[in-house]
Write a protein that binds this ligand. Structure first.
Ligand SMILES: C[S@@+](CC[C@H](N)C(=O)[O-])C[C@H]1O[C@@H](n2cnc3c(N)ncnc32)[C@H](O)[C@@H]1O
Ligand code: SF4
Ligand code: SF4
Length: 379
């Protein structure tokens, strides 16, 4: 049967057989289906690899958008820099958020807050944005405190369907005692995380490292590694409970020595914390959208003196004026800033890439099963 079949080689090193399944024997039909599957998988993978780009320092091509849907929250973490007054909170207009995301056109979107999984207009907006990002093939993460996670997953919303391009990133700041003293609701959150995991979701975590948990870091990370696909460790900013110089070095050494346990921060960042190397702040690799629908400069964590603009073209103009000032951390607030995601613009892209490479094993299995026998049958 394969003798009559026209074989086409595509640019992706994949073979497509231009023949329907009619009239095939069962074995042939299975081979044919297997090959179609392989073709689709490879195409999807190539398109993802194309979409991912290492950040080359060009502000016109930022890697990540950090979208704060709202400044409202159902928790009151003492150290939080982002939650505002719950009576006068803002929620970004969904059309505005979508048009800014399209204009900026980065491959990764982090939907954050406040809390993006609160009900009502907040959830509607988060769903609408996630839907648009998903349909346009972007990698989408929802950063959440995890309080409503199980309830949300039980609703089975299409926008939050599990998949390799969608993740929930949950804040876990310690084992029960430490987490409860910093944030609260540890048991509920763990129950919800377990539910999300069992439902097959990709789970990333964020741990804010402070004086309260630096001494039990290893215990926390090993606990989190039981359910998290990627663990990000962020030094606490702007609080008395933040790390001193020696503690930052301890965190740096930990990151360098534990790359094998799914830590998202890179070795270079570890070296930066230990003082062994400098890192430029690539603030323009991550564009920050506020709940008022404006773009904030230089970054989401910059406080006094931050600037706000209304379009990406204005943003680029401002970056042009301030690039070297902030890249070289010359502003006073920057000199003691250790925010990892802005120093390591492509941490998400890099680890997402690893997850894709893992999938290469699957088509390889399909190759052995379907393509190799085909070649043998042709020779
Ligand atoms: C602002 S929250 C929004 C999402 C959600 N409410 C949550 O807590 O995960 C995003 C991340 O910022 C972190 N964060 C808040 N205040 C911080 C601070 N002072 N220093 C470092 N990280 C902070 C939170 O712990 C969380 O991981
Ligand atoms: S849950 Fe998130 S947004 Fe809410 S107070 Fe805590 S850190 Fe801030
Ligand atoms: S060094 Fe810190 S505060 Fe300064 S621009 Fe970079 S991330 Fe923002």
């Amino acid at each position: 049967m394969y003798d009559e079949m026209p074989i086409k080689r595509t640019g992706y090193n994949v073979i497509i057989l231009n023949k329907g399944t009619n009239g095939m024997k069962n074995d042939d039909r299975n081979q044919y289906k297997g090959m179609l599957h392989l073709t689709r998988t490879n195409r999807a993978m190539v398109s993802r690899l194309r979409m991912l780009r290492r950040y080359k320092g060009d502000p016109k091509r930022p890697n990540i958008i950090h979208l704060a849907i709202t400044d409202k929250c159902n928790m009151s973490c003492k150290f939080c820099l982002y939650k505002k007054d719950n009576k006068n909170f803002k929620v970004i207009d969904a059309d505005r958020a979508c048009s800014l995301i399209n204009e900026i056109n980065s491959p990764i979107i982090l939907i954050s807050g406040g809390e993006p999984l609160l009900g009502g207009d907040i959830l509607k907006t988060t769903r609408r944005v996630a839907d648009m990002c998903r349909k346009s093939g972007k990698i989408t993460g929802v950063l959440t405190n995890g309080i409503t996670l199980k309830k949300i997953i039980m609703q089975d919303y299409d926008e939050f369907k599990r998949g390799s391009k969608f993740f929930f990133q949950i804040s876990v700041d310690g084992l029960k005692e430490a987490h409860d003293s910093l944030r609260g609701h540890f048991d509920l959150i763990m129950d919800n995380v377990q539910y999300a995991k069992e439902a097959g979701h990709l789970i990333y975590t964020n741990t804010v490292v402070s004086k309260s948990n630096i001494n039990s870091l290893d215990e926390i990370v090993r606990f989190i590694a039981g359910f998290s696909n990627r663990i990000y460790l962020n030094p606490m900013l702007g609080s008395e409970n933040g790390l001193d110089e020696e503690e930052l070095k301890t965190l740096g050494r930990y990151i360098i020595d534990h790359q094998d346990i799914m830590i998202g921060n890179s070795i270079n960042y570890g070296k930066f914390l230990t003082g062994k190397r400098e890192l430029k702040c690539l603030f323009h690799s991550l564009v920050s959208i506020t709940p008022s629908g404006r773009l904030k400069l230089p970054c989401y964590c910059y406080e006094e003196g931050a600037e706000y603009v209304d379009s990406f073209s204005e943003y680029l103009e401002k970056v042009g004026e301030q690039k070297s000032h902030f890249e070289n951390r010359q502003a006073q607030q920057c000199s003691n800033c250790y925010t990892h995601c802005l120093h390591e613009s492509d941490v998400y892209a890099r680890y997402y890439l690893n997850e894709i490479l893992e999938q290469v094993k699957r088509p390889w299995g399909a190759y052995k099963k379907y393509i190799e026998p085909l070649f043998k049958s042709l020779s």
